[in-house]
Design a binder for this molecule. Sequence first.
Ligand SMILES: Nc1ncnc2c1ncn2[C@@H]1O[C@H](COP(=O)(O)OP(=O)(O)OP(=O)(O)O)[C@@H](O)[C@H]1O
Length: 256
Amino acid sequence: MISAMSLRGLRKNFGQKWAVDDLELEVRQGCMFGLVGPNGAGKTTTLSMATGLLRPDAGTASVLDHDVWSDPVRAKELMGVLPDGLRLFDRLSGGELLRYVGLIRRVPLPDIEARSAELLAALGLADDRDTLVVEYSAGMTKKIGLACALIHAPRLLILDEPFEAVDPVSGETIRSILRDFVRGGGTVVLSSHVMELVESLCDELAVVAQGRVLAAGTLDDVRAGSTLQQRFLELVGFQAGAEGGLAWLQSSSDSN
Ligand SMILES: Nc1ncnc2c1ncn2[C@@H]1O[C@H](COP(=O)(O)OP(=O)(O)OP(=O)(O)O)[C@@H](O)[C@H]1O
């Protein structure tokens, strides 16, 4: 198996807490891979360490056989990253931002112009090419962030919540872009809270909680005959709330 992303013994500590605790993950090349887990499971921390944004306390992260921390230049050339809470140079317009990122990525200017036009059109941002990013909505900001991750034609895309705040039409466009990317031999690693989305889009996934992998493999391996939603709830130990919880909410509505 050719590995697109390999995380070995990855650990990160914040104060008393292990946000990521001896995490192991193997993503094969050409795979659409989903990373799911409850709030605070360690997904963003893991992806930040895997992309060279946050230094691990222990363990290794490599992409396409390049260690992210000892060979960062080559590793980062191969990756397109959409981080969580991405801060963009938002006093640039969408078009300017893409040109800036393309130049930083050493894409020839004519290619930047051609790719920018295609990306902006595909993502429904063509009319806002000259609008400052600070004026973009949350969904538009997510989409321009994705365009920035794609402009240098990476081999591996690592996307933290790429569908968050994105409308259904744009969501479908993004799915189609990602599917084509994988069909062309690329690899996608994305995090999401939406099980139906992961189920319909991903070939393989990992469920993480408390900084560890609870289950990983193909969709069928992880689902084990159930729906992903059901299996996820079982794995993370969901229990329906105790009866009578938040009773004050009910009594307050009765009194009105
Ligand atoms: N910079 C930080 N300082 C202190 N604690 C942090 C920091 N970043 C993350 N944590 C903690 O690490 C744990 C994992 O957080 P992380 O953001 O990786 O989770 P997540 O799975 O991405 O969550 P969500 O689904 O809510 O985005 C959480 O308990 C969080 O409070």
